[in-house]
Design a protein around this ligand. Structure first.
Ligand SMILES: [Zn+2]
Ligand SMILES: [Zn+2]
Length: 360
């Protein structure tokens, strides 16, 4: 955030002590609503913006009808994307129309008018977003982003800015898609133990061949086989890993060292992944994610091992509950073997957390 403090724009002190406010439902977006010269948006004219702040404050302090104690807004944003501290965080605004509305939301004003400069620049929209996030982080602002006209009869914040507000006040440039991963993310050791069939296995095999670690009589192909495991063991030895880490089952660090090209697999349901993303990415700590993933991997490992366990225990596999358990385990192992499941887990924020855990 390009932040300009009151001291930096040389604000006058407040006339009266500003009312402390602990939190709000969110932020209301405003515009100046008078004529703002279109030339203000030119890069070289940013030097006028601090003077514009001082003029706005002076006009508010001179407004005897409103009897403002300071500039009315909590923050203002110039066309160059700078966020100017107005009343600031935890201060009640004077801009929303009534005492109730002023207590409910902060007020952030764009330097935009009803003539001249009427459309926000991308830098300005990014700055408005910065101001909103600043008030959330530092001022206890809630999630709401509204226009001044929401709940009060006014044209503010003007058509173009209100359209942006109604669209959810997006940061310009879209939803910031994550840069494509150059290398295939680690699918998890348990995944390999399910004997998966996947383009990832082919790509891995090709890399193992390139590293001079081939134990393939034929292939490599998409089906995980003992030849893949033997080849990977050679790679583990090439890395100089200790014998207990040379078991042929890929670990996160070893996988990263192999640099398998990204296969660009898409998850089965982007909408589901999208719906779950906030929970995964923002509401789970790394430790929680690691625990959940370890649990999932444990379940998969058990599912893979279950036929052997039942076989070794001498329980007749023809018993109905045993057959059911075996069928369920087989199904689970097959589902988890789908590379798209790994991608899905990654999308919901459960992916790759074990990369930081056990160094193997
Ligand atoms: Zn307004
Ligand atoms: Zn500026």
């Amino acid at each position: 955030m390009k932040f300009v403090s009151r001291a930096q724009w040389r604000a006058r002190p407040s006339r009266y002590a500003l009312t402390y406010i602990r939190s709000t439902h969110g932020v209301k977006i405003h515009y100046e609503g008078t004529a703002v010269p279109a030339s203000l948006a030119r890069p070289e004219n940013h030097r006028q913006c601090a003077a514009r702040m001082r003029a706005l404050q002076a006009s508010h302090l001179a407004n005897t009808a409103e009897d403002y104690s300071d500039i009315a807004y909590n923050a203002l944003v110039c066309p160059h994307g700078y966020v100017y501290e107005g009343r600031g965080a935890h201060k009640k605004t004077g801009a929303n129309g009534t005492a109730t509305l002023n207590s409910a939301h902060y007020a952030v004003c764009a330097m935009l008018g009803n003539s001249g400069l009427t459309k926000p620049t991308d830098a300005q929209l990014a700055g408005l977003r910065d101001a909103v996030e600043w008030l959330r982080d530092s001022g206890g602002a809630g999630r709401e982003i509204r226009g001044h006209r929401d709940g009060y009869p006014t044209a503010c914040p003007g058509g173009p800015l209100y359209t942006w507000v109604k669209d959810g006040a997006p940061r310009p440039g879209g939803s910031k898609p994550e840069p494509p991963r150059q290398f295939e993310p680690f699918p998890g050791t348990a995944w390999f133990k399910t004997a998966p069939r996947s383009p990832i296995i082919t790509a891995m095999g090709r890399r193992l061949v390139a590293e001079g670690c081939s134990a393939y009589a034929e292939g490599p192909g998409p089906q995980w086989t003992d030849a893949d495991r033997a080849s990977f063991r050679r790679f583990q030895r090439k890395l100089g890993d200790s014998p207990e880490h040379c078991d042929g089952w890929p670990g996160p660090r070893q996988w990263a060292a192999l640099k398998v090209p990204n296969q660009g697999l898409t998850p089965p349901s982007p909408r589901l992944a999208q719906a779950l993303t906030p929970y995964g990415r923002h509401f789970m700590t790394t430790a929680t994610k690691r625990t959940i993933r370890t649990l999932i991997q444990g379940i998969v490992a058990l599912a893979v091992a279950l036929p052997g366990i039942i076989d070794a225990s001498g329980i007749p596999a023809t018993l109905p509950w045993v057959a059911g358990a075996l069928a369920a385990a087989g199904g689970l192992a097959r589902v988890m073997a789908l590379p798209s499941v790994e991608v899905l887990l990654d999308r919901i924020g459960l992916g790759l957390v074990d990369q930081e855990a056990t160094p193997r």
